[in-house]
Design a binder for this molecule. Structure first.
Ligand code: DAK
Length: 270
């Protein structure tokens, strides 16, 4: 499928994988209102696209930044200086809605971080299922150095990823960390040498996921999202419901049949 041209993002669709490149390299891919509008419009297209048989044509989404310097160096500081508090609230909730939509997609979303992922850039990456980074990438929530606070989910998702103590330290100091430190604290999944290695690893991971049952991957993602922060008992109740649902899918019948027949499954994807 061909996507329309957006002014601040590039979108390609190859082998069921949608790659979104934030394309403002002159401003280190800072997340301007236009980037947020473009991401919002794209997500609406993705959500509403169907194949002839009613199925969803995508199996994964990759988000990256144009150029070799940045994934996204944050919200657009120039734009923010002129905002009233109410406009700031609107700006924040618009981007937060995008992060929630990424989490609600029924396929893995991977952040391929090829440079600075600061402030809103780090927050966008944290709304993805996995973060892969080049060795020269760096991360941080420098909002406090600007008299700001995180506005795109950083106060919530940083704790979820790295735990409350380390999250608070990063949020209060605004300290920038290397890709290696980000790996050590559990913020990123893997650190790769350069951009080529980064994209090759993203492709390998997605290829492994594409082999699995689409219905099951979607259900696992949704379950993992929904149990976050719940008590063990509440989480287990949601998991049991998801397990019950799996027994209604054609994918489950095909996967178990193929195993017993010693064949490779051909998942219908529902
Ligand atoms: N916004 C706008 N332009 C930016 C930018 C940004 N975040 N980051 C970089 N640029 C621009 C620079 O101004 C420069 O433009 P020109 O001067 O060439 O026109 C160009 O990109 C190249 O940047 P540098 O010349 O600075 O490049 P360096 O390699 O020297 O430095 C850097 C790279 C990433 C260390 C530096 O650019 C930097 O510190 N950038 C700012 C990083 C940052 O503080 N990011 C966090 C932004 S705050 C909220 C909603 C959202 C947020 C908060 C609240 N509410 C509504 C409540 C989110 C806040 C943030 O994300």
């Amino acid at each position: 499928m061909h996507f329309k041209e957006y002014s601040t993002i590039l979108v390609t669709h190859e082998e069921a994988i949608v790659t979104v490149t934030i394309n403002r390299p002159q401003a280190l891919n800072a997340l301007s209102s236009q980037v947020i509008d473009d991401l919002g419009a794209l997500l609406e297209v993705l959500e509403n696209t169907r194949e002839d048989d009613g199925g969803w044509p995508f199996r994964g989404v990759v988000i990256t930044g144009a150029g070799e310097k940045a994934f996204a160096a944050g919200a657009d500081i120039g734009e923010m200086t002129a905002m009233t508090p109410d406009q700031a609230w609107k700006y924040s909730t618009r981007m937060q809605a995008i992060t929630l939509k990424l989490e609600a997609l029924p396929v893995p979303v991977i952040a391929a971080v090829n440079g600075f992922a600061l402030g809103g850039g780090c927050e966008l990456a944290m709304a993805c299922d996995f973060i892969y980074a080049t060795s020269s990438a760096s991360f941080g929530q420098p909002e406090v150095s600007l008299g700001l606070v995180p506005g795109f989910g950083g106060s919530v998702r940083m704790q979820q990823r790295v735990g409350p103590a380390v999250a608070r330290e990063l949020l209060y100091t605004g300290r920038r960390i290397t890709a290696d430190e980000a790996l050590r604290i559990g913020l990123v999944n893997a650190v790769l040498g350069d951009q080529d290695e980064l994209l090759a690893t993203v492709r390998t991971t997605l290829a492994a996921i594409v082999e699995q049952s689409p219905a099951a991957v979607a259900a696992v993602k949704s379950t993992v999202e929904r149990v976050e922060g719940l008590s063990t008992a509440e989480g287990l109740a949601i998991e049991a419901e998801s397990f019950r649902q799996a027994f209604t899918t054609a994918d489950m019948r095909e996967g178990t049949r193929a195993f017993l027949a010693k064949e490779k499954p051909t998942f219908p994807g529902r």
